[in-house]
Design a protein around this ligand. Structure first.
Ligand code: KIV
Ligand code: ZN
Length: 515
């Protein structure tokens, strides 16, 4: 298969994904995700929207400096300030890209931009030419393309191409289109805009009607050779097209969709888990490819079939997408060597001190649990090394209570380098502990959601708690796991508060949809 059939995967988890409420990531977390995206084999990482905040600028810059082997894009509105700032952030990348955009639909022109069609064409030309002073690698997006008058869309694309854009992106910004219509938009552009054959045509679909993946694949079949998507389908409102679904849709149905990507599919599941951990957003159990039930067979007749021959009810091998087949891995007698091997399988290469710390935690866990599963190790490592807990670190959480006693909890936290111990009473041990943490940190957000799930099976399973908190319009989520669910709850709350403080110290001035 020639390169004509190669589809570039443009991952926007760190930009569009991060824009979703509660999905904010710290700079350190973004870098960790970027390293994993590099390992996954994506072609382009859209690392952020540099003008939107100091924090975004810094994290795009660090990602551009540290990640090798893929293009790093920064999103910019179609104006000089955004483009100058965007270039400043990505310029040290091995392959920097400027991604600039403006809306082209009459709805956006009239109500948001308050500009005429001709004025917008002028802005496109000026912005793309300005970006081209910095690099050849310029992408232009017509925001709300699918609700744009088709003749005008062709004119806008033509102007962008003539001004020097090398990649033209057609976003279905509000998730409105349907596969045949989207295919016909792509076909028309290819027919009517001269020179489009030398340009990479890209699509970027939102999932408001649940059609983002279908629309993306339909556009690829018409000649789109870049697809913008996110891990776990994160993104504004109902999210973006899910990267794992597009990639496996092309791979499993290659007979119908004869296209290739450079994705190492066995990294899909580890990437999905990492993104879920750092954002605190759980993957729905029935999510295609990476959901907990995607390869689970409950009905007896299905189980019987799979045991006899896997392909009776499975169209993919779970190992192909990185779901570990042998989940039971280590026990209390496992040694340093086995533990180290397993960590390296996950991509964690720790220095001696960090390794000893992780090994001690593993041994403590193995003393509490008979069997230690992959998910247990992953939770332990992610809390230790993936998350940013610069501001507040939980040292201990203890509680007493019961049916005849007022619950009391005592938490010890390391706050900005100082140990703080607070005891509080409450309606239950979790309430008491949360009050103590709030008092210690001075943060008292509204608890919008609190969910407990068990990560592994059995009475000694680790509980995983996910919380969502809100304070003055800033929403963050946190996750924590432990064999004791009160301790898991406190970890989740502290994780959410760390993000809350980070978000408050790095406010977003604008979002790509807010202008
Ligand atoms: O959905 C959209 O239109 C976008 C653009 C900024 C590419 O995210
Ligand atoms: Zn978008």
């Amino acid at each position: 298969m020639g390169s004509d059939n190669m589809v570039k995967i443009f991952d926007t988890t760190l930009r569009d994904g991060e824009q979703a409420p509660g999905c904010g990531m710290t700079a350190e977390e973004k870098l960790r995700v970027a390293h994993q995206l590099e390992k996954l084999g994506v072609d382009v990482i859209e690392a952020g929207f540099p003008i939107s905040s100091e924090g975004d600028f810094e994290s795009v810059k660090v990602i551009a400096e540290k990640i090798r082997g893929c293009e790093i894009a920064g999103l910019c509105r179609a104006n000089f300030n955004d483009i100058d700032r965007g270039w400043e952030a990505v310029r040290n990348a091995e392959y920097p890209r400027i991604h600039t955009f403006i809306a082209t639909s009459d709805i956006h022109l009239k109500h948001k931009l308050r500009k005429s069609r001709d004025e917008v064409l002028e802005i496109i030309s000026t912005a793309v030419k300005h970006a081209r002073h910095y690099t050849e690698n310029v992408e232009f997006s017509c925001e709300d393309a699918t609700r744009t008058d088709l003749d005008y869309l062709c004119r806008a694309v033509d102007v962008a191409v003539r001004s020097g854009a090398r990649i033209i992106n057609i976003p279905d910004t509000v998730g409105y289109t349907v596969p045949e219509e989207f295919a016909s938009i792509i076909r028309t552009l290819k027919e009517k805009v001269p020179g489009l054959d030398d340009i990479i045509l890209s699509v970027h679909c939102h999932n408001d009607l649940g059609l983002a993946v279908a629309n993306s694949i339909s556009a690829i079949r018409e000649g789109a050779r870049q697809v913008e998507c996110t891990i776990n389908g994160l993104g504004e409102r109902a999210g973006n097209a899910s990267l794992e679904e597009i990639v496996m849709g092309l791979k499993v149905r290659n007979d119908r969709n004869p296209f290739k990507t450079r994705i190492h599919t066995e990294q899909l599941y580890p990437t999905s888990r990492l993104v879920s951990q750092v954002t605190g957003v759980n993957v729905q159990p029935n999510k295609a490819i990476v959901g907990a039930n995607a390869f689970a067979h409950e009905a007896g007749i299905h189980q019987d079939g799979v045991l006899k021959e896997r392909i009776t009810y499975e169209i993919m091998d779970p190992e192909e997408v990185g779901i570990p087949s042998n989940k039971l891995i280590l026990g209390k007698h496992s040694g340093r060597h086995a533990f180290k091997d397993r960590l390296e399988d996950y991509g964690y290469f720790l220095d001696d001190k960090a390794f000893e710390n992780a090994f001690k935690k593993f041994k403590d866990l193995a003393d509490k649990k008979k069997y230690v599963f992959d998910e247990d190790i992953e939770a332990l490592i992610s809390e230790e090394f993936v998350r940013s807990s610069d501001f507040y670190k939980l040292i201990s959480a203890n509680y007493s209570g019961g049916s005849d006693m007022q619950p009391v909890a005592t938490v010890k936290l390391l706050i900005d380098g100082k140990e703080v111990t607070i005891s509080e009473s409450g309606d239950g041990p979790v309430d008491a502990a949360y009050q103590a943490v709030s008092k210690a940190t001075g943060l008292n957000p509204t608890l919008e959601n609190y969910v407990v799930a068990s990560i592994t099976e059995g009475i000694d399973a680790q509980g995983e708690v996910t919380v969502r908190v809100e304070d003055e319009g800033v929403i963050t989520q946190g996750q924590g796991s432990n064999t004791d669910i009160v301790v898991a709850s406190v970890k989740a709350y502290v994780n959410a508060l760390n993000k809350l403080r980070w978000r408050k110290e790095h406010p977003k001035r604008v979002t790509s949809q807010g202008m």
